[in-house]
Design a protein. Structure first.
Ligand SMILES: Nc1nc2c(ncn2[C@@H]2O[C@H](COP(=O)(O)OP(=O)(O)OP(=O)(O)O)[C@@H](O)[C@H]2O)c(=O)[nH]1
Ligand SMILES: [Mg+2]
Length: 325
């Protein structure tokens, strides 16, 4: 198939060859990528331009011991760590900006995100850490992206709901790349776990719901993972997404109170679903465990203020009053 290159593209290519600095080269390459006719005949050229862009961006990052910069670990903050993953331009950075106070770079060209960007999202009174990542593609993926996914509690898999491509095969392609690195995305973390493989719960987020030609969840997609539709522009679907993230993280929040005083409802302790009264006491203060006399509980389907054994399983929003000897 002939490439049918446009005059705009040829001009951008000339600028690329004339470019003196990495910055000028990058600008020209991005222009080439925007103006190149998008069809099968230019697939290889497009991939080549993307690779060059990624390489140039990479060379602008601070170097560590001569190797490219790596972000192999991000300290967990809040009740859970959630990564935003997907193809270029799927709307990851836009979603981070819509859900948190972070200001990531957002652009209509691919690979606009080159380093992880962190933001804190609130679901009601629970802070949850979101990490916006560079895209995952066959052509080029930052190697440390996989490490951050492996360490996360949940992956949100973003799909551009306005794209014409086959969304389920786009998902399958990325799932394979992850599997090669021993990461298995799954509906829940409780599925059978091989030792070498890290299972990370996953939800699909269909983005750009405000665009007239946006797609809704197909049965094929929902068979892979539960699907949520959103728009970073209008905010549609964002509340449901916050709720789903909280539910999928499987955490309960616990408030504490002092005898005779009202409970402190400002900052809950967050614990995994299934945690006991003793786990909560430990979370409040390690040393309380040895001195523990009894705990009274509010919520939990119990009479308010009822005394409960230390192996009592906590429910979301329980309030505990710890009595020490
Ligand atoms: N109309 C509309 N456009 C959106 C929405 N979300 C993202 N976009 C646009 O889609 C383009 C890509 O958005 P980004 O958030 O930069 O995408 P990304 O997934 O972070 O891209 P990379 O970092 O390159 O992987 C930008 O032009 C955004 O303005 C949305 O909800 N509605
Ligand atoms: Mg981005």
């Amino acid at each position: 198939m002939p490439a049918n290159l446009t005059p705009e593209f040829l001009k951008a290519r000339e600028q690329f060859h004339a470019a003196q600095t990495p910055q000028e080269k990058l600008i020209a390459l991005e222009e080439m990528l925007t103006t190149i006719p998008k069809h099968k005949g230019t697939d290889k050229m497009q991939a080549d331009i993307k690779r060059r862009i990624a390489k140039l961006r990479d060379s602008r990052l601070p170097k560590k011991h001569g190797k490219s910069a790596a972000f192999d670990h991000i300290a967990r903050e809040g009740a859970g760590q959630v990564v935003l993953i997907g193809s270029p331009n799927s709307g990851k950075s836009s979603l981070l900006a819509a859900l948190t106070n972070a200001h990531p770079e957002i652009a209509n060209y691919p690979y606009s995100t080159i380093i992880p960007v962190i933001g804190m999202m609130n679901f009601e009174d629970v802070p949850i850490q979101l990490i916006d990542l560079p895209p995952i593609t066959l052509e080029y993926t930052e190697p440390w992206v996989y490490n951050l996914i492996r360490q996360s509690d949940l992956a949100l898999f973003l799909l551009d709901g306005s794209a014409s491509e086959d969304l389920s095969s786009a998902v399958e392609e990325i799932l394979l790349l992850l599997e090669e690195r021993h990461i298995q995305l799954a509906k829940s973390a409780s599925e059978e776990e091989e030792t070498r493989v890290k299972v990370v719960p996953c939800r699909i987020v269909l983005t750009k719901g405000d665009l007239a030609d946006h797609r809704t969840a197909t049965e094929e997609l929902t068979l892979i993972f539960p699907v949520l539709s959103t728009s970073a522009t209008t905010g549609a679907g964002l509340d449901a997404l916050r709720q789903e993230v909280f539910t999928t993280l499987r955490i309960v929040r616990i408030y504490t109170k002092l005898p005779g005083k009202p409970p402190d409802l400002t900052e809950p302790y967050t614990l995994p679903v299934g945690s006991t009264v003793l786990d909560a006491v430990k979370a409040v203060h390690r040393e309380f465990v040895d001195k523990l006399k009894y705990v009274r509980i509010w919520g939990s389907g119990k009479f308010d203020g009822q005394q409960v054994p230390s192996d009592h399983e906590l429910q979301d929003k329980d309030i505990i009053e710890i009595h020490l000897s």
